[in-house]
Design a protein around this ligand. Sequence first.
Ligand SMILES: O=C(O)COP(=O)(O)O
Ligand SMILES: [Mg+2]
Length: 227
Amino acid sequence: MAPLDCRNLILDLDGTLVDSAPDLTRALNHVLASLDRPALDPQTVRHMVGQGAAKLIERGLAHTGGAEGVPAVADLLPGFLDFYGAHIADGSRPFPGAVDLLDRARAAGLRLGLCTNKPQAMTEALMDALDLSDYFDVMIGGDALSGRKPDPVHLDTVLARLGDGPAVLLGDTATDVAAGRASGVPVGVVSFGFSAIPAAELGGTFLIDDFADVDRHLAPLARPARV
Ligand SMILES: O=C(O)COP(=O)(O)O
Ligand SMILES: [Mg+2]
């Protein structure tokens, strides 16, 4: 595939830019422990992430006996967010090569956007804690607008705030592929993210096993092959 024209590079957060599974797991287990439910391991929890915090709690309950006899998810959410906010970057780190990619993208003059279903406050706290916020021109969380991925209002708003020019989204789940499709943006899918479905089966535009792979798919980063 010929490299894609790209002026705006947009990234998903959880499972794409940052491996946040350790801290999300601890926060979910904090909620589950308060309900006398068993703890879940990060390998299980990572497949539950990508559609917002409430959905994560809902899935955690479903996995540990169901939603009967426990408070509503909306009532469990504040406890989850309080704990998570206090431990947001204890174990969460950018995936290998992610920061180098951000450096290359900035050096090539690309604008960077973040389009995540993580709540806005948690997004900003995590990005600040990992010193990533300054790379981004726009960061929009899942509770900041009237809809979140795959609702096109989310990615469309990121695009509108970034400015003109072709865009590419990097994501890790079916939600990102659907969001890209809804907004007419090609999607590079990372194979190391949180998707329960294998990345190659998500129907993205291209697949990335390593962030170094991104360069050959984006015209501003692609170097002519050496002869
Ligand atoms: O569901 C979440 O909390 C975040 O998910 P995302 O960054 O992968 O969109
Ligand atoms: Mg994700």
